[in-house]
Ligand binder design. Sequence first.
Ligand SMILES: [Zn+2]
Length: 583
Amino acid sequence: MDNFVVSARKYRPATFNSVVGQSALTTTLKNAIKSKHLAHAYLFCGPRGVGKTTCARIFAKAINCENLTPDFEACDCCESCVSFNQQRSYNIHELDAASNNGVDDIRSLIEQVRIPPQIGKYSVYIIDEVHMLSTGAFNAFLKTLEEPPAHAVFILATTEKHKIIPTILSRCQIYDFNRISIQDTIEYLQYVARNESVEIDSNALSIIAQKSDGGMRDALSVFDQIVSFCGKTVSYQDVIDNLNVLDYDYHFRLTEAFLQGGVSESLLIFNEILNKGFDGHQFISGLSSHFRDLLVSKDEQTIVLLDVGSDIAKRYKAQAQKCSAEFLFQALKISNDCDLNYRQSKNKRLLVELTLIRLCQLCGEKKNDLNLNEVKAPIQKTENIPAGPKVSPPTPAGGITETQQTRSVSQGAEQLFTAVKPKETSPHPTSLRSPGRISINADQSAPSDTTKATGSQTPKSSQNTPFTAEELSRAWLKFSETISDEVWMVNFFNTTTPLLLSENHFEIKATNQLQEKELMRMQTDIQDFIRKELNNSFVRMTIKLEESEEKLRSSSPEDIYKSMVAKNPALAKLRHNLNMEID
Ligand SMILES: [Zn+2]
């Protein structure tokens, strides 16, 4: 049996022309050889496995070749070329700085540099992963780099250009290597597959290319791996299963469901994905990329940004035709929000499911299986707020425009979903207009009958200035200056940082129920104040009780009511006066 040679070595390019995906760069190198303008030091930067060392070797061989081809490639038959091919050339020295990064390693290299080559004109020194050199080694190397002997050419390669000190950078000609595009990778893999008589279709190769993320070396070793596992005939499904890649098809199917408003269908697809062992975060970032790819496929000008195989590109184009740009913008935003919040979410699955529901709501409510349309926007109550801190409300509290209202519907869905989970149905929770509230899902989530009223009084001019977490914190602290009466409240404000959950939504953690209650009382004032400070009328604040306290609540509404009454007997009276029931 033949010795198995890994494809990455067997198919390592030996000429400039066979290097994949770096044509601009290889042309420049060839031109340098043509015009005999060789620099003493080159810096090859770029991701791993894109051909930096390969190009360095081809370059070393070419500049030593005794009779270059008319195309300025090495001839492959002169003495120098032969010794290169047999890997016994003394004109090339490679140092891997990842494992030899000390001053002594560099010193022994510098010693060698002085000795002129016996055959050929140049001694080429390739230092791989040059950013790994210690500071001492860098400094020792600097002198040689400043005044190198005429025969020496240095090629420094790195994946991390930003770690190279400026004194080195300024002495090198810098070449930036690109990631290799998916299509280029596919084509090269097709060539390798033909040579190895492996049967594999382009969709399967496209998955391999995608997985290798622009590195040809990785692509080839993944290819080897798959072939050694599946034999000479490889199907798309084999590749998907072996590489644990989420099938493109899921994203296409889901998008189809979003366009139809198919909440149930999308939840089921997501369930299927989880059952296959995929992680929710991986899924959601994949979905974001899918929307992004659809967006760039919509426009002839941006279609060049679509980096997929040609067969899948057709599918993207077709689906992009069905999606409005508006839908894609919103979808990207929603999925990206989910991606950002994923890590800190306590119920990750629910977070993703809510995201899917929101996505389904984007395209009108054609057939919303969960009847989400009925959910009204959660709106801050404005009436009968007892005298809070002395702040004049800048904009009417429910400053909501039409677009905001539609958005609120989806937020309503969020709460519906949470509300539905523990209990099957809860008829309209009693909405309270007073500070001491009994409703358990507390804060502002209770769909209130004030919704419509506030909604229609909406001023048309609303601001939506983006803000940072820092600006939010400043506004928050500024609010504390307006509280004069209660010292503990001022302390609370000064020691609490608002947590920005999404673009316009922040959360305040209360450590006990008293704090929570006070915050609820001041909620509208705080929110109004911050809206004004940040010039953003969409800012929304929610209050969250810390976990240990939360547990208390999860008992039963009745129990909680009792414990609340124990702390504040006035509640019982209030409840009696308003004739309220505990749901
Ligand atoms: Zn030659």
